[in-house]
Structures are given as C-alpha cells and as structure tokens.
Write a protein that binds this ligand. Structure first.
Ligand code: NAD
Ligand code: UDP
Length: 358
C-alpha cells in the first residue's frame, strides 16, 4: 500500500488490519495518522517515499509477493496544483510510473486511486446557457464521459492531467502487457483525519472540509471561493473504504474496470456545505451562535493565486459499482459531518476562541 499514511490509507489500514485476513507492506514518509498500527505484526511500514532509490529492492520484492498493489501516494491538495505544479506533476505521474512498470513486469494487480478530476469540467459547464437539466451533459460515466480539462495556462489542471496520464499508462500496459488493474475515481471522501488544521497539525491550505473546520475552530470567517457555487457530492470515508475492500475481494469482477466511488444523494453547493457545517458545529458545541458563524466570499485568484479554475459539478454514475460490487452508499451528509466534525472538535477545540457570531 503506497501512501498508506494519508487520510484514505489510514482508514483502509484500520479496516484491513482489523479484519485479520490481510498482511500489509506500506510505504509513506508520514506516519502521524497510523500510529495505532505501527506495532501490528501484520503491518510493515517503510517510512520513505515509494520511489526512493534505496527502497527499490524491497518494493520490488513486496510487489512480486503481493496479491494486490494499492497506490494512494499523491499530492492531492488543490491549493498546490497551481502553486507547486512541477511537484504535483512529479508526485502524481513520474513517481508513480515505476510502480506501474513493476506491476506490469510481475503481472501484479494494480489498484490505483485516481480522481474524479480526470473528468475535468462538465460539458454543461462550458455551455453558455448551462445544461444541467440534461444528465448526458453533466453526469460522470466511467467509460463514456469525455475528459475535458481547461487550458495549460490554468495550472489547476496539472493534477487532473497527471492522474489522467497515469490512467492512460495503466490502460496501455493492460492492453499491451496484460497488466491486471482496477482504477478508482473517488468523489470527495469525507471523514476523520482528512488533511490537517493549519498552524495546528500542518501548514498551507487544506481541502475544503479542513478549511471550513479551521475557520470554525479559530473563530474566523469561512471563505467561499467564487461565491461557493461549485457543487460536490460527498461520501463517507467508511463507505468508500467498504467499496475498496469489495474491489479487493472481487478480483474477477473488478479487474479491468474503472469505478466512480461517491454518493449521488449528498450533493451540495459549497455555499450549502458551509452552512451545513456551521449548523453542525452549533450542535456539537451546544453554542447556538455558530448557526450564524460568518461566511465571506472571496475570488479564486485571492484564495488560490493565478491559474486556478474550478470543477463545476461532480455527479457520478454509480451503476457499475452497484452492479459489479453490490455497493451503494447510504450515509447522509449530516451524519458524515457530525462524525467528522466531532472528531476534529475533540482533537483541536481546547483553547479555541468563542464563536464569532454577529
Ligand atoms: P493524503 O494526502 O491524505 O494521502 C496521500 C499520502 O501519500 C500522504 O500520506 C503522503 O505522505 C503519501 N505520499 C506522497 N508521495 C508518496 C510517495 N512517493 N511514496 C509514498 N507515499 C507518498 O490523500 P488521500 O485523501 O488519502 O488520497 C489518497 C489517494 O486518493 C490519492 O491518490 C488521491 O489523489 C486520491 N483521491 C482522494 C480523494 C479524497 O476525497 N480523499 C479524492 C480524489 C482522489
Ligand atoms: N473552497 C472554498 N473555500 C475554502 C476551500 C475550498 O470555497 O476554504 C471550494 C473550492 O474552490 C472548491 C470546493 O470548495 O470549489 C472544493 O474544494 P476542495 O479543496 O475540497 O477540493 P476539490 O473538491 O475541488 O477537489
């Protein structure tokens, strides 16, 4: 498991090591989120990047003896796509290619965590009058929807493009060398341990969940980029991990396939998400002033810098996951937020300022 120390990796380890049937060799230079597993005899952590030359021999040995190689290693934080574009391209493309080659050479099953960003923007998003009344123009279907990325000057697309190229390399090796593969396209997994709270346990600008949580904890306004019009569908990390485990348990059904993993029922605009989060936080703290926690608008340029462009909408077609994996997510957004925000609150709330209500 490459990138086992991150958000998804930490939850996948919880499930796989808790199950008792799996033995995991993991690579990640970070281990803060997986401390609970470090003494587990069924888990061996290599505390380094999977592409580090000094680990090449042990990685090759592990790949050769593995039933599956799960790749989660990435830089996947939108604030870095246009500000550290070369690092993003290297981490998500060039650092991954040696792993693809190893799996192809040894005929090992590569389960690759890609992203819904490979779809880019929807067709509807480019039409002057919209087109969101026609699912053909916005729904994301794994094997049909065109992959539409913005112009090169908008470096936001470095991540999407690198991830798309990895998908294409995997597919080409499948066709030419018989590489067994499964590609997973996650759509906004939310849960405890996602990212970090800036200046508490990390630095920089995390993804939206931690940005809004950090604002609530600090008594600062939640910031809506470009009015918070973009829409996202949000799925529980626990249900997402269940989907990954179903894939691992069903090689016959899952190999050679690309799966969207998301929750169609949990679609919100980012403005709605901010409102739901402040209301959830009022519930968690018992402090009604959070219901009116300040929300301000900001431009994408001010928030992310030049070269940012947003994905307008991500509505996954999930029929394949349901048909081949028997998986369909059920946890509603409010439950996901309550669990996740309670976790952040318990980890960080000591010493926080009072709610910044009107
Ligand atoms: P994360 O940032 O929490 O975890 C990524 C982990 O990879 C980090 O712990 C990092 O230290 C590690 N890493 C980076 N380079 C590495 C390398 N060379 N070798 C070993 N480890 C390395 O991200 P996450 O949310 O857990 O995402 C995991 C995967 O899922 C990524 O591929 C990401 O692109 C994809 N994804 C996640 C989401 C989501 O909703 N969380 C959405 C779309 C795509
Ligand atoms: N966003 C926002 N305020 C923030 C952080 C993010 O309005 O403090 C917006 C961002 O512009 C995007 C959405 O929230 O429209 C989701 O951003 P995230 O970083 O979670 O990643 P994405 O879903 O785009 O991959």
């Amino acid at each position: 498991m490459l990138g086992c120390g991150g958000f998804i990796g930490s939850h996948l380890l919880d499930r796989m090591l808790g199950d008792g049937r799996f033995r995991v060799d993991g690579w990640d230079p970070e281990d803060g989120k997986i401390q609970a597993h470090l003494g587990n005899p069924r888990f061996r952590l290599h505390r380094r990047p999977a592409n580090a030359p000094e680990t090449r021999a042990e990685l090759e040995q592990a790949v050769r003896s593995a039933d599956a190689v799960i790749n989660l290693a990435a830089i996947c934080n939108p604030s870095e796509y246009n500000t550290r574009p070369l690092s993003v391209i290297h981490a998500n493309l060039f650092d991954v290619y040696p792993v693809i080659l190893l799996c192809a050479e040894h005929g090992r099953w590569l389960v690759n965590l890609s992203t819904s960003e490979v779809y880019g923007r929807t067709i509807a998003g480019y039409l002057p009058g919209g087109g969101y009344d026609d699912p053909d123009l916005y729904e994301l279907r794994e094997d049909e929807t065109p992959l539409v990325l913005g112009p090169v000057r908008n470096q936001r697309w470095t991540y999407a493009c690198a991830k798309q190229m990895v998908e294409r390399l995997i597919y080409a090796h499948h066709m030419e060398d018989g590489l067994p593969f499964t590609i997973i396209r996650p759509l906004n997994f939310f849960g405890p341990r996602m990212d970090y709270i800036p200046s508490r346990d990390g630095d920089g600008v995390p993804r939206v969940l931690a940005c809004f949580m950090a604002a609530l904890l600090a008594g600062e306004p939640m910031r809506l980029v470009d009015g918070g019009r973009a829409r996202r569908t949000i799925v529980s990390i626990h249900e997402a991990v269940d989907a990954i485990c179903r894939i691992l348990e069903r090689p016959q059904a899952a190999q050679g396939e690309i799966f969207n993993i998301g929750n169609r029922d949990n679609e919100v605009t980012i403005a709605e998400l901010a409102d739901r989060m402040r209301k959830t936080y009022a519930r968690i703290t018992g402090d009604a002033r959070y219901n009116d926690h300040p929300i301000v608008e900001t431009s994408a340029e001010d928030f992310y810098g030049a070269g940012y462009e947003d994905c307008d909408r991500r509505m996954p077609d999930l029929t394949k996951a349901e048909r081949l994996l028997g998986w369909s997510p059920k946890v509603p957004l409010d439950d996901i937020l309550l669990e996740t925000m309670t976790h952040f609150h318990e980890a960080h709330a000591a010493g926080r300022p009072a709610a910044a209500g009107p």
